[in-house]
Design a protein around this ligand. Structure first.
Ligand code: CA2
Length: 147
């Protein structure tokens, strides 16, 4: 079975340690455990990087390896056409995930390039919401297999 890829962008390695009023107190290590538990028997690759280049390289790796991608691109959501281009090369389902509700925030957080490729977007469910992101991704993968 091909793995699910869960990719996390810049600063998310600090999750649970700063701005708990926005991002909560759950750490990224705990998020990984949540994702693995929700994925059940499905293999899962979980990565975080602060580098745009590395994030694009990870999407390239997923193009060859992954059944689907759940991505929290963090600030690259709003800036990276290169990330959008890489995601467009991926043929499986893509779920865009944000811990906070980006649409409730300042206007600079409202235009997501990644949403132009994502099959589904989840925002505002907190870190525990990664579990729902995994369920949504598996659902999208299974629906494609039925076609
Ligand atoms: O809500 C999200 O998941 C975001 O993708 C997080 C990004 C932010 O740029 C997006 O607008 C929404 C940034 C996360 C900043 O990382 C922190 C991690 C821990 C504590 C404070 C900030």
């Amino acid at each position: 079975m091909k793995p699910l890829y869960v990719l996390n962008g810049p600063n998310l390695n600090r999750l649970g340690k700063r701005e708990p009023h926005i991002y909560g107190t759950t750490t990224l290590t705990e998020v990984e455990a949540i994702c693995r538990q929700q994925a059940g028997d499905r293999p899962l690759v979980f990565r975080q990087t602060n580098s745009e280049e590395t994030l694009i390289d990870l999407v390239h790796e997923a193009i060859d390896e992954a059944a689907g991608i759940l991505i929290n691109p963090a600030a690259f959501t709003f800036t990276s056409l290169a990330l959008l281009d890489a995601l467009k090369m991926f043929e499986g389902p893509v779920v865009e995930f944000h811990i906070s509700n980006i649409h409730k925030r300042e206007p600079i957080y409202h235009r997501s390039y990644v949403s132009m490729r994502a099959d589904a977007v989840l925002a505002g469910l907190g870190s525990q919401g990664y579990a729902m992101g995994i369920t949504a991704l598996i659902d999208l993968i299974e629906k494609r297999q039925q076609v």
